[in-house]
Design a protein around this ligand. Sequence first.
Ligand code: G3P
Ligand code: CA
Length: 257
Amino acid sequence: RKKQPLLPSTYGSFKIGHRGACGHRPENTIASFKKALEYQVDFIEIDIQMSFDGKIVVFHDSTLERTTNGKGRVRDFTYEELAKLDAGGWYDERFKGERIPLLSTALDEILPFSGILIEIKHPEHYPEIELVLAHELKNRLQVSFASPKVMVQSFNITSIKKFHELLPEVPVGILIKHTPKGISNKALRNYSQFASFINPKRTMMNEKLKQRIQACGMMAFTWTVNNQKQIHSFEKMKLDGIATDFPEYFSLNEKNN
Ligand code: G3P
Ligand code: CA
């Protein structure tokens, strides 16, 4: 299967707004995406799951309690029911009335202005999510894309491989949690068969790992970096992508503060 080449960002690292700009706005809401766009991010990272009636929604947790006024599992509610919940009031009164967006709404809001990095969350709960996602993106790719503005990632390698088989035009990457043992060269060579980027947690990332990932023909990203000094040091290291809740910390944006 061919892999889609990624174009480098204009000055080095892709600036990735985590769940939008969730240091300033309720995560994974339109308000959060708009805030990230103010900082001219290259990509907005979002998390996706599925409603009971098979709609892809933008939401981080598998349950509703932390970030809405609802209770229970996302997958047990239709989209009509999910859309009635308040997804902003938990963060601040000012954002009361923010809704759980559909993926299609997020694509409409984000794609005219920046790229989008979609994380498939808990794919083990949603056996068809890769298929539905590929279908939804394919419709869009036919009408609007000349160069990749959508990337897909997951901690779940089976899910990412499955999605790649369905839609190889979209670059995919693997999220990696901190593991004391690190990532073996064998694993990196394996991933490079289908992945365009590897996205390890910031506590694992260093010059050596970056070089090992790039030597396998993949880009090296990291998440989630909320310390300004650390962002600058990763920029200096020429990492290919950095995700943060505070996109104003990226070097090019300092003048906007
Ligand atoms: O961009 C990677 C990061 O989003 C993974 O962790 O929990 O924030 O989805 P989480
Ligand atoms: Ca995520």
